[in-house]
Every structure is written in structure tokens, then in C-alpha cells.
Design a protein around this ligand. Sequence first.
Ligand SMILES: Nc1nc2c(ncn2[C@@H]2O[C@H](COP(=O)(O)OP(=O)(O)O)[C@@H](O)[C@H]2O)c(=O)[nH]1
Ligand SMILES: [Mg+2]
Length: 304
Amino acid sequence: MTRLKARLAKSPNPFGKALFAILTKDHLSESDWEDVEDTLLMADVGAEASEQLVKQLRDDARITGQKDPAAVRRGLRQRLIDLVDPNMDRTLAATRPQANRPSVIIMVGVNGTGKTTTAGKLARLFVADGKSVVMGAADTFRAAAADQLETWGGKVGVPVVRSDRDGADPASVAFEAAERAKNDQADVLIVDTAGRLQNKANLMDQLGKIRRVIEKNLPVDEVLLVLDATTGQNGMIQAQVFAQAIGVTGIVLTKLDGSAKGGIVISVQRELGVPVKLVGLGEGPDDLAVFDPESFVDGILGDE
Ligand SMILES: Nc1nc2c(ncn2[C@@H]2O[C@H](COP(=O)(O)OP(=O)(O)O)[C@@H](O)[C@H]2O)c(=O)[nH]1
Ligand SMILES: [Mg+2]
């Protein structure tokens, strides 16, 4: 958690810091309030949430007339935490005790967002926690995709179920992976999928089939939608399509290390009603953090 905070504080122009700088000015003019709103919009907080926050901050400023920087900071911090919503349940189903069966996680999302990388990092987290993991390479478009997952498997000591053929049926790989996880009495199964699908019907068809064949052996506990934080509103549109194609239980926001647009945490949760559970902070095996609203807000507010 402190890691999340430390990494975000290093990101270019964390937007909380920019807001704080405006709010502690001596006299806040109309144009300052516009700057507050622009700062939020540019950070991908989303129009509705930005408008709501500006209104709250204006009320706060009017009611308290507070100019003491420490008090302004406290107020802003609390408003931001409320906006990120500390009440959402962000625990991964796989960390809850299951009735003697593997918990199943399916990774979904557009090509290049970080699904395979996150699957590998996640496997590492579970292994570090003493859990046994099986991964399934249900991205069968290119052999390279399965190779990439296999490399991660080797790195973290986790078996990977794959097909040797390009273009094999992803559902059959998912089926075999579930069977293997069940037979091995693994604690967690992570299934990687492909993002390159032509249209929504095709996507629904394919993801639905993957889910159904896994369910012949094991219930699916978690569908993690992987979103690239640097893609902004484009990413939001993609998120909607996936949410409609397959029920999403959590969001992984990757590449937060390379983005000042951390506000997408707020907009994507609002749009989908699903919590951000994990964030990617780099390409390395340890660059995955559990999402925590307070650490996130402290990170984007920068140092005191
Ligand atoms: N900086 C950064 N790069 C990431 C992160 N997650 C993934 N990547 C990189 O993004 C690229 C695409 O990742 P990949 O897992 O292959 O995406 P996939 O197509 O969704 O499976 C790779 O170069 C990853 O190393 C992250 O959190 N931060
Ligand atoms: Mg991949």
C-alpha cells in the first residue's frame, strides 16, 4: 500500500497536487474554479464526478472559509477518498477461503492492456502467499502469446496449460486448464484470454464459451477486466464492451506508472459499478499493487 502511494507520488503531475496548489491560493476566482474542473477532466475523473467534486469543494471553501493549507489538504483528501469510494469490496475472491476447490480468475481486456503480464504478476502474489497456481493460455491467436505466459510461469514457478497450435480453440485450452487445476487440487486457476476480437457479438460468443467450458469443472469466481490507464476515454468505451460481453467482478488498472491520468480509477468505477482491485505500476514481477483508496489519494496528493 505504501508502495502504491510512493509510486504515484513520483508520477508526473499527480492531479491531487495540482488541485491543492489552486485551492490554497489567497483568492479563488471563477477562473480558478474552472482550473480545478479542467484539472479533474484532464486527469480522466469524468465529467459528472468532476462537476460533483467542484461543487463540494466550492461549498467547503464557502462554509469554512478555510485558508490554512493543512486544513485545505485534509478536506480535499477526504473528498477525494469519498469519490474513490472506500466502501467497495476490493478483495479478490481467490483470497477468500474456498470449499476445497480452486478459485478461478479469467483475465479479459483489449490487446496490449497488460492481461498476460498481470496474470504472471498475480500468480507470483499467490505463490508468495503459499498458494498453488495453474495458468491457462487461452489466447491462442499467436503462439507467442502462450510463450509469453509460459515465460511468466517459469519465472514464478507455475505450470501453464497451453496449445501448441496457432489458432487452436481457446475454449478447449480453458477447459483443459480447469481440469488440470481441479485434478492438481490447485488453489487458484488464472486463465489468460485474447483481446483482439472483431466485434461485440464475437467477443460475447468467445468469452461466454470460455466461461461455460470452465464451469463444467469449476465455478468462475472472478473476471478481471484489465484497462490501460494511459488510454483515457478510449479505454472507458472498451471497458463498457467487455462489461456487457462478460460479467466483470473487478478492474485492474495497468500502466499507472506512466500516467498522470489516475482519475480514470474514479470514472471507470462509476461507469461500471465495479471496483478497481489491483493496479499495475511497471513491467516487473513485483509491479502489481492491491488498490487502496487512501494510499491512492495520498499518492496523487504528493508529499505534505
Ligand atoms: N509500464 C507498465 N507497463 C506494463 C504494465 N503492465 C503491462 N505492461 C506492458 O504492456 C505491454 C503489453 O502487456 P501484455 O501483458 O502483453 O498485454 P496483453 O496483450 O493484454 O496480454 C508489455 O510490454 C508489458 O510489459 C504496467 O503496469 N506498467
Ligand atoms: Mg496477452
